[in-house]
Design a protein around this ligand. Structure first.
Ligand code: IMP
Length: 204
């Protein structure tokens, strides 16, 4: 007899991120939920100084609250000409309520102000998976290197996608098809390392 699908909580309220995880997990025997599927889950503050620290904080915390196997990530954009910022503060750069159009404009303005010829940048993603008791089972890190475009390009994806040109391609993350982004992204790189463990969990 085959096993019932394994419930996994993706610890996010970000629909763009959730869409990417749904697609990456589509080959596994899982029953995917996100935090909006739980009534009384309070948001856990991302108080760690590193992506890895925040991923672990969220995975354990939300696993304890939901009593489910929980996958959490923390990700963001590191811009060389800005000394690696916005980094862990990517979602809050320029203020949490500021739109991404404005956040991107701020980044382009800051690079221009620094008069730096170096437009290199990278997206980083750290993933942590915790069991139902909140104990961390697996961790992984994925990086996607590229450069910051001169202006936003494309309307696809989410967040900073329109200003990020991944190395080796002429299109921004905002112009690429979702399937291409999902093959080369920082999240995919981190997620690929977790798949064998999830396969063990969900094996028929
Ligand atoms: P997190 O939800 O704390 O991981 O926030 C990460 C922030 O980094 C998001 O709000 C986005 O602004 C940015 N970010 C992370 N991954 C991506 C991506 O794939 N494309 C565009 N922006 C991203």
């Amino acid at each position: 007899m085959s096993k019932p699908p394994l419930p996994i909580t993706i610890a996010t309220f970000n629909t763009g991120k959730l869409r990417e995880y749904r697609s990456m997990l589509s080959g596994l025997n899982v029953d995917l939920q996100d935090l909006s599927d739980f009534n009384n889950v309070q948001e856990i503050a991302e108080t760690a100084a590193t992506f890895a620290g925040n991923a672990a904080l969220k995975a354990s915390g939300y696993a304890e609250l939901t009593r489910t196997l929980t996958l959490a990530d923390d990700s963001g954009l590191e811009v060389a000409a800005m000394g690696g910022r916005p980094g862990v503060l990517s979602a809050r750069y320029g203020g949490a309520a500021t739109s991404f159009d404005d956040k991107m404009r701020l980044i382009l303005a800051e690079i221009a102000e620094n008069r730096s010829a170096d437009r290199s940048a990278r997206f980083v993603c750290e993933i942590a998976v915790a069991d139902e008791r909140g104990i961390i089972l697996y961790k992984s890190r994925g990086v996607c290197s590229g450069t910051i475009a001169l202006e936003p390009r494309g309307k696809g994806g989410f967040g900073y996608d329109p200003i990020f040109l991944p190395d080796g391609l002429d299109q921004s993350f905002g112009e690429l098809s979702p399937s291409v982004k999902q093959r080369i992204s920082h999240r995919a790189a981190a997620f690929d390392q977790i798949i064998p463990y999830l396969r063990d969990y969900t094996a028929i």
